[in-house]
Design a protein around this ligand. Structure first.
Ligand SMILES: CC(C)(COP(=O)(O)OP(=O)(O)OC[C@H]1O[C@@H](n2cnc3c(N)ncnc32)[C@H](O)[C@@H]1OP(=O)(O)O)[C@@H](O)C(=O)NCCC(=O)NCCS
Length: 187
C-alpha cells in the first residue's frame, strides 16, 4: 500500500499477458501465439485497462472496467459497471485479495459515475469468490460460457440499493490508494 492506478501501456500489457498461473488457475493464461493480438485489444481506450503499482513495485496487478470484463453467455442486462482484476501470480494466495479488490472498487467509485458494480467469476475459483464476497458482492446468476461450457457466476454490489457492503469494507476505503482526481470517460 498504497496502490496507484495508471492506464495500461504497451510494455505493461506485454508483461501482464505473459503472466502464468498454476493449475487450476491456468485457464487465465494467455496463449503466447495470440499475445500481440490481445495486446492490441487491451489497449483499446473503451476497455479501460489499468496497471496497478504498489509502493516501489510498478506492476502488482491489472484491472479493467466495462465490456472486456464480461464473459460470453452471461446476462448483462442490469445497468452496472463490470470489473476485472488479475493479481500477479507470485502475489496470489497471501491473504491480500480483499485489499486489491477493495482498491479496484474504490478506484471505480472515484473514476466512473456508476454505483453498481459487477464481476464475473469462474465457478471453480472459490478463492476469487471468497474475495469478492468479502468486499460486498453477492452472487446473482450462474451460466455456462459460450464456446467451452465452463461455468461462471455473476456477482453484483449495489451501493444504491439495499444490498449494502459490509461495514468491514467501508473501513478499508481510506487505505485503498491515492486519490486520482482526473476522471476518465464514462464507458
Ligand atoms: C482472485 C485473486 C484476486 C484473489 O486474491 P488472493 O490474494 O490470491 O486471495 P487471498 O490469498 O486473499 O485468499 C482469499 C480467500 O480465499 C481463500 N481461499 C484460497 N484458496 C481457496 C480455495 N481453493 N478454496 C476456497 N477458499 C480458498 C483464502 O483462505 C482466503 O480466505 P480468507 O480471506 O477467509 O482467509 C487473485 O488470486 C488473482 O487475481 N488471481 C489471478 C487469477 C484469478 O483467479 N483471477 C480471477 C478473476 S475473477
Amino acid at each position: 500500500m498504497p496502490f496507484t492506478f495508471n492506464p495500461l501501456n504497451q510494455e505493461a500489457a506485454r508483461q501482464v499477458l505473459a503472466w502464468t498461473y498454476p493449475p487450476p488457475y491456468n485457464v487465465y493464461n494467455e496463449d503466447p501465439e495470440r499475445l500481440e493480438q490481445v495486446v492490441v485489444e487491451v489497449l483499446r481506450p473503451d476497455y479501460h485497462y489499468y496497471s496497478i503499482a504498489e509502493d516501489e513495485d510498478p506492476l502488482v496487478a491489472y484491472c479493467c472496467y466495462g465490456l472486456d470484463a464480461r464473459v460470453a453467455g452471461g446476462d448483462y442486462a442490469l445497468d452496472a459497471l463490470d470489473i476485472g482484476l488479475m493479481v500477479r501470480p507470485d502475489l496470489n494466495g497471501q491473504g491480500r485479495g480483499t485489499l486489491f479488490a477493495a482498491a479496484v472498487v474504490d478506484f471505480a467509485r472515484r473514476t466512473f459515475p456508476d454505483r453498481r458494480w459487477r464481476v464475473t467469476i469462474a465457478s471453480f475459483n472459490l478463492r476469487a469468490q471468497c474475495v469478492w464476497r468479502e468486499v460486498g458482492f453477492r452472487k446473482s446468476e450462474t451460466f455456462l460460457r459460450r464456446g467451452d461450457g465452463l461455468s461462471f457466476s455473476v456477482w453484483v454490489r449495489d451501493d444504491n440499493g439495499d444490498d449494502r457492503p459490509p461495514a468491514r469494507v467501508r473501513s478499508w476505503k481510506g487505505k485503498a490508494g491515492r486519490r486520482i482526481t482526473s476522471p476518465t470517460n464514462r464507458i
